[in-house]
Design a binder for this molecule. Structure first.
Ligand code: FCB
Length: 463
């Protein structure tokens, strides 16, 4: 395969939409992604327990505008309408997450039948619409009772997660075959345990390194459970992967970018898929790593899920405990309306590098563009900037495929405008608009564009 790191080998990227697909596999999976806390709402219904995000959102100043996920997109009640939206898009797959506190309100112990029944209904309605459910077990909503018992800093959390995986697998595994363990573990551990920006709002190096290791252990233990309980399972892990760049080309900033790369891109993927922590952080992980742990973490998986939006930047800071400080992208970088850098070539390189490094089939499990959008009087949104972003990133995905990356699917983030963590409802990522006052759903221009893109690929694949 052509080396991703050889810029001369890479063709110049066009930012104009490709008129028709040319490189994707005939069975390429087209999908859309969401997550439980960001869309479900019904936070206190049918026996759901509290998650760390429920508590965090109630703390003054944490979330823009004081927003919470209490109601979100009310998907818990409107899932049929949302499945119909998916069917109209023509996607073959839908990636969603299970809310751990909805199925095990205290995190452990007796399952909540009403919570499991909701996911039964959702899965059944997807299957009857001809859409394959892709289930992610953990998209950041840890049961609050488990946080009170130490959360991911407590090694026992790995076994609690494996027990939770058993509950989900034994209930849904007759119909769901695609499972992922965690969504973006580096984000929730860095933001939650090292920088205090997400729950549990801890800022402590030892807790952070403990959390990394225990999440890795939980991943390996859950993979074993899923293999045992789901006949014909296709299992993966979902990692955010983005180039970690020095903000200036100084040796100090380069060293900082290497440390950011370790924590952001490799602290989970390397032990899970190569059996070792990156050298630069191995001594920091050692106090938490017991004999046999790396074997328990390094279990065979079938695919790698990659979430990608923009590159990340680091700068040196002698006071920075982890060896890097965050930096903004350079001032002249092209940006989306919410300020995230647009760099499709970085996406292509990430796909090529991940393919080289991990040797697994890749599914892009999240990619999309955020905006602060106002609808016209009819509720319509002509989101041309999002369409340009999606077109350029899909073009980059095709370039990566032509250069040898084994990319088998793409899930747009997101089906719906939703609760965007610290930004609340201000940043909209949906290809379908949600009016949060009425819960009306209106497909944006990008939804029509995406549906046409899928249809043209299918037409070509079956011609
Ligand atoms: C990712 C998260 C997802 C969403 C997008 C915009 O990091 O996995 O929940 O917030 O960013």
């Amino acid at each position: 395969m052509t080396r991703a790191t050889d810029p001369a080998a890479r063709p110049t990227l066009s930012t104009t939409p490709s008129p028709r697909p040319r490189a994707l596999r005939p069975d390429f999976v087209w999908g859309a992604s969401t997550s439980s806390y960001q869309i479900e709402g019904a936070a206190r219904e049918d026996g759901r327990g509290e998650s760390v995000w429920d508590l965090f959102c109630r703390q003054p100043g944490r979330i823009q505008n004081g927003d919470t996920g209490d109601v979100a997109c009310d998907h818990y009640h409107r899932y049929r309408e949302d499945v119909a939206l998916l069917r109209n898009l023509g996607v073959g797959a839908y990636r969603f997450s299970i809310a751990w506190p909805r199925v095990l309100p205290s995190g452990r112990g007796s399952p909540n039948e009403a919570g499991l029944a909701f996911y039964d209904r959702l899965v059944d309605s997807l299957l009857s619409a001809g859409i394959e459910p892709w289930v992610c077990l953990y998209h950041w909503d840890l049961p609050q009772t488990l946080q009170e018992a130490g959360g991911w800093a407590n090694r026992d959390c790995a076994s609690w997660f494996a027990d939770y995986a058993r509950v989900v697998a034994s209930r849904l595994g007759d119909r769901v075959k695609r499972f992922a363990t965690f969504n973006e573990p580096s984000v929730f551990t860095l933001f939650g345990y090292a920088f205090g920006w997400h729950p549990p709002a801890v800022d402590d190096a030892a807790s952070h390194h403990a959390a990394i290791h225990h999440v890795n252990l939980a991943h390996g233990m859950a993979i074993d459970v899923l293999r045992d309980y789901v006949i014909g399972a296709s299992l993966g892990a979902i990692h955010n992967m983005q180039p970690a760049r020095p903000v200036q080309a100084t040796p100090e900033d380069r060293a900082a970018a290497k440390m950011l790369d370790c924590y952001w891109n490799r602290a989970f993927a390397d032990p899970q898929m190569r059996g070792a922590y990156p050298d630069a952080i191995a001594s920091r992980m050692a106090p938490f790593c017991r004999d046999g742990d790396l074997e328990r973490i390094h279990r065979p998986v079938d695919w790698l899920g990659i979430n990608h939006y923009s590159p990340v930047y680091a700068r040196a800071d002698s006071a920075a405990r982890l060896g890097f400080a965050w930096s903004d992208a350079p001032a002249d970088a092209p940006r989306s309306p919410i300020g995230w850098q647009i760099d499709p070539a970085a996406f292509r390189d990430v796909l090529l590098d991940a393919c080289d490094r991990y040797g697994l089939p890749i599914y892009v499990t999240e990619n999309g563009a955020g905006a602060v959008e106002l609808a016209d009087a009819s509720g319509a949104i002509d989101d041309r900037e999002r369409i340009a972003y999606l077109a350029a990133y899909l073009e980059a995905l095709e370039e990566a495929t032509v250069l040898g990356a084994d990319v088998r699917g793409y899930f747009v983030w997101s089906l719906l405008d939703n609760f965007e963590w610290g930004a609340g409802y201000a940043n909209r990522f949906g290809i379908v608009r949600v009016d949060f006052a009425t819960q009306a759903r209106t497909p944006k221009a990008s939804a029509r564009w995406y549906a046409a893109r899928i249809a043209s690929h299918r037409a070509k694949a079956t011609a």
